[in-house]
Ligand binder design. Structure first.
Ligand code: RIB
Ligand code: CA
Length: 309
């Protein structure tokens, strides 16, 4: 039985790969895609999600735009990583289908409340849409199986010394989500910085030859530029981890721990405070993922992209 999921994303290069991985999986049934402001403004992340799906021939799943800014803060974007469009690299035509026509929250409510099976949410951007769903449709909480997210880190951030980008953009939303009581899988920098793809593997994807594989390689060519400047040997494939954990959890290692979100710190706002040693005495609320079998993860991605060719 396929696991029904909703992808909530801010494409973004790694979001695009996460979408392609999810739609190619025999284990997952993507019921909807919602987008959020994050890597780029919400108009661009919506357009990017729809361009990637159109290019891959996925035009029969509803896509709806969500929040254009965090719950109470100004939006921060990341053009230095993803470019002005948010998806620099390949030439992608405009979408070949129309968006859902209503908001992300309305689409999530429709899918979640009409599904016989509980839905798994897969947010790979700031958590504003998820928090807004829980605030405005509280009855949806009992219809959500799990939230498998990319965000946070137990040790150090990437956008500030303390915070990872997705959580930093909207700490108040993240706080609401992590304290919701819904089972959470947190694929933070602890695992995603180990989930790097290297130049020879990008060339292996390109040599698969199909149009989607070539497009993925062109996305990764651009994505690698930022990370090489930072001194990375490869490019961390953050968002695909949150999807791959649902497909092959055996490739990953995690600990069930309590996680709080810092929303007030002058230097630490947006930090995911992971209670590794249980010193708070608070019940664990998150499966914190911290390791993976990298080669098998890359092979899963390669096999998935090949399915489109
Ligand atoms: O910190 C990495 C996260 O921020 C990824 O989701 C990337 O797409 C950006 O949104
Ligand atoms: Ca993202």
């Amino acid at each position: 039985m396929k696991k029904p999921i909703i992808m909530d994303c801010d494409p973004g290069h790694d979001d695009a790969l996460a979408l392609l991985l999810a739609f190619a999986s025999d284990e997952l049934d993507v019921k909807a895609v919602t987008t959020v402001g994050g890597n780029q403004t919400s108009d661009k992340t919506l357009n990017n999600a729809m361009r990637v799906l159109s290019y891959a021939g996925i035009t029969d799943v509803p896509v709806a735009p969500g929040a254009s800014h965090p719950l109470i803060r100004e939006l921060q974007i990341a053009p230095e990583v993803h470019g002005e469009s948010g998806l620099e690299g390949p030439e992608l035509p405009e979408p070949s289908f129309a968006s859902f026509g209503k908001s992300a929250i309305e689409l999530m409510e429709k899918v979640i409340m009409s599904s016989e099976e509980k839905i798994t949410l897969v947010p790979t951007g700031p958590l504003t849409n998820i928090a807004t769903l829980l605030l405005t449709i509280p009855e949806s909480k009992d219809r959500i199986e799990r939230i498998s997210l990319m965000g946070g880190s137990a040790v150090g951030g990437n956008w500030t010394p303390a915070a990872e980008f997705n959580i930093l953009v909207d700490p108040e939303a993240a706080d609401l989500v992590f304290q919701s009581g819904i089972p959470i899988t947190m694929c933070g920098l602890d695992v995603t910085h180990k989930a790097q793809i290297y130049d020879d593997e990008i060339e292996a994807i390109r040599s698969q030859g199909g149009k989607v594989s070539v497009m993925v390689a062109e996305l990764l060519d651009f994505f690698a530029k930022f990370h090489k400047k930072l001194g990375f040997e490869g490019s961390p494939l953050h968002d695909p981890c949150a999807v791959a954990w649902l497909i092959k959890p055996e490739l990953f290692t995690s600990k069930h721990l309590h996680v709080d979100i810092e929303t007030k710190g002058e230097f630490t706002s947006g930090a995911t405070v992971v209670d590794y040693r249980g010193v708070t005495g608070k019940d664990p609320n998150t499966d914190v993922v911290y390791d993976l079998e990298r080669k098998a993860f890359i092979q899963l991605l390669m096999d998935s992209f090949k399915k489109y060719d």
